[in-house]
Design a protein around this ligand. Structure first.
Ligand SMILES: [Zn+2]
Length: 385
């Protein structure tokens, strides 16, 4: 996640949702502007100068960007209506993604969130399409505007249709899953069926790609083949995640937690802890508390960031990684949801509280080791076939 942040620019917040632009988007912006300016617009506007077609291409590319943004906000705002947190909206080379902070609680919300994006694209296609068709009868001499509207109408229609293809991670995959989920009442069964349909669709894309390639359209065929391989990988990942969830059902945090952890008041100085606990007892990880409530995690890494000259006076509260209250686990928390907490809070260690007192910590590494042990007992967990 940190690596990805470095490759994207934060554009700001819309409805409280941060919007990020991936640097890879500039590549598509350049390619699209060039292809519109060199082939599409010269064919439709034969009298316009080169610089004008380049400008028009760039404006169109930005309007396509806005269309994709509106599609993603269709998902994001619908999620917010259902009280599902939205981490951010990210725009990149292959379009965009609305990253949700949680999974849909039920089939209805999953259906609405998934279908909202394609509906927005369809809406843009209809509005731009109607103006595109009507404008020539109303006003003269707006050919460039008409060309842009025509392009936007077509591409938004394509966006809506392509996204409704029933394969993960496309919106259509989620729509299909939510419908099966609604009918059968089982998310697990719905994921398996939707995943299998997704793999069939992927195979279809590869087959079509090969057919197109053999009939002379090599680049178009290659493109379809790549989409097929991508869809197949995503479907396998989705089925895999479901198997993992199944394997972890009923397995709780108390099976992986480390009870051998000291809790220290935040007012102690670093020097006191180094002397008494790290050198004295060889402990490496601590839960920092204020009035018996965990407020942070302290590891050797945290201490290294404070200059040794300041260890005498620096309090633990200054060196610790502060804790979000929501990140505190209980011994009965399912390991599956603990894994999601590690992800959400980008943490490597989380504290476990039970009956009002600290019971231990869970390290991400311990959970991974636990999963590896599970998968060596049952290799279908990580290698679905
Ligand atoms: Zn979408």
């Amino acid at each position: 996640m940190v690596g990805r942040n470095m490759q994207s620019i934060r554009l700001g917040r819309v409805f409280g949702v941060p919007v990020y632009l991936d640097l890879s988007w500039f590549l598509i912006f350049g390619l699209l502007t060039w292809s519109l300016a060199s082939t599409v617009y010269p064919a439709q506007l034969p009298d316009s100068p080169v610089w004008f077609n380049i400008l028009l291409g760039a404006v169109t590319a930005i309007l396509l960007f806005v269309s994709v943004l509106l599609h993603e906000f269709g998902h994001a705002l619908t999620a917010l209506v259902f009280k599902i947190p939205v981490r951010r909206v990210r725009l990149m080379i292959f379009g965009g993604v609305a990253e949700l902070g949680d999974e849909s609680p039920n089939a209805v919300s999953e259906f609405c969130v998934a279908v909202a994006g394609p509906l927005v694209s369809m809406g843009i296609a209809v509005v731009t399409g109607v103006i595109w068709l009507a404008l020539p009868y109303l006003v003269d001499g707006l050919d460039p505007l008409i060309a842009v509207l025509g392009y936007l109408a077509q591409i938004n229609l394509m966006l809506a249709i392509f996204n409704l293809v029933p394969g993960f991670p496309l919106d259509g995959g989620r729509v299909l899953r939510s419908i099966i989920w609604g009918i059968t009442g089982s998310l697990r069964q719905a994921t398996t069926i939707a995943g299998s349909v997704g793999r069939l669709v992927a195979v279809g894309f590869v087959g079509l790609g090969i057919w197109r390639g053999l009939s002379g359209d090599v680049s178009g065929g290659l493109w379809m083949g790549l989409i097929g391989l991508f869809l197949n990988r995503a479907a396998v990942a989705e089925i895999s995640a479901q198997r993992l969830r199944d394997a972890l059902t009923g397995r709780t945090v108390d099976q992986v937690m480390n009870q051998n952890v000291a809790s220290l008041p935040s007012s102690l100085t670093i020097q006191q802890v180094v002397n008494a606990h790290i050198l004295g007892q060889g402990q490496r990880v601590f839960v920092i508390t204020e009035e018996d409530t965990p407020v942070g995690i302290l590891s050797a890494n945290n201490i290294q960031k404070v200059s040794p000259y300041r260890w005498q006076e620096a309090a633990l509260s200054e060196a610790m990684t502060p804790l979000d209250k929501a990140a505190i686990l209980s011994p009965e928390t399912e390991i599956w949801s603990a894994l999601r907490s590690f992800d959400r809070f980008q943490a490597s260690i989380l504290p476990v509280m039970g009956a009002g007192k600290l019971m231990g910590v869970v390290r991400r590494g311990d959970v991974i080791a636990y999963l590896q042990a599970l998968s060596s007992l049952d290799n279908r967990v990580f290698n679905p076939r």
